[in-house]
Design a protein around this ligand. Sequence first.
Ligand SMILES: O=C(O)CCC(=O)C(=O)O
Length: 272
Amino acid sequence: MEHKKAVITTCTQFVVICLLVVLRAEERTDDGGGWSLNSDFRLQDEGPCNIDVFDSSSLSYQQFIERYAYRRPVILKGLTDNTKFKLMCSKSSLLQHYGDRRVRLSTANTYSYRKVDVPFQEYVDIFLRPQSTDTLGSDTLYFFGDNNFTEWQSLFQHYESPPYVLPLTSGAYSFGIAGPGTGVPFHWHGPGYSEVIYGRKRWFLYPPEKEPHFHPNRTTLSWVTETYPHLPEDEAPLECTIRPGEVLYFPDRWWHATLNLDTSVFISTFLG
Ligand SMILES: O=C(O)CCC(=O)C(=O)O
């Protein structure tokens, strides 16, 4: 009997070790920082990209100001080097350093009303999961913004924000992590940048004078599934999917909505 127990225990330990080895290997190879494993659910459709994309070396600050800053969105590649910040944002590193800190979650509707505070570890274990199409924005809790800059200062101080700042403005950060299919429905505010550290994020934008048709309590995922495919050509949004190493600039008061295609770690810099 004792021998049988010992064999079972040894086998169980062996299986657990094998699983851990596989998981760690996957973490190392997928460069999703351990947030999104190769086997995980992710959205495949990146959509078209009809926003101007530049290598940052081919668009000077002066050109950015003249052509884009007050006129239309643009995506810049290689504008910042956030290699160190990225390493610090891996799942294991963030959980190790901030797992017991409380984070403030907001409902993902246009006029974000409800706020819920949970330990970061609990957010990762329980709330961080794929979005289902029929869940309302008011029932989706999203970790983005409302960051505690005192507690997380040791992380944010390593973020290199886009250097093309609008005159007379300074940047305020908004950091988040969310599952595939999540995102923020259409809304607008001041100008800023969005960068994904891990994962891909699909963006939809309309100029201030062209308010899109959307329901403020439906998620971006439901808008993409139900409304977007039927849009007449002249109501099509500007859109693109951004990846790590790229930043998207949105001008003042442009309508925008986001859709995380993978589990994503991301940060916005609001210029005000
Ligand atoms: O990154 C996101 O999902 C939301 C970004 C956004 O809407 C914003 O920066 O205002």
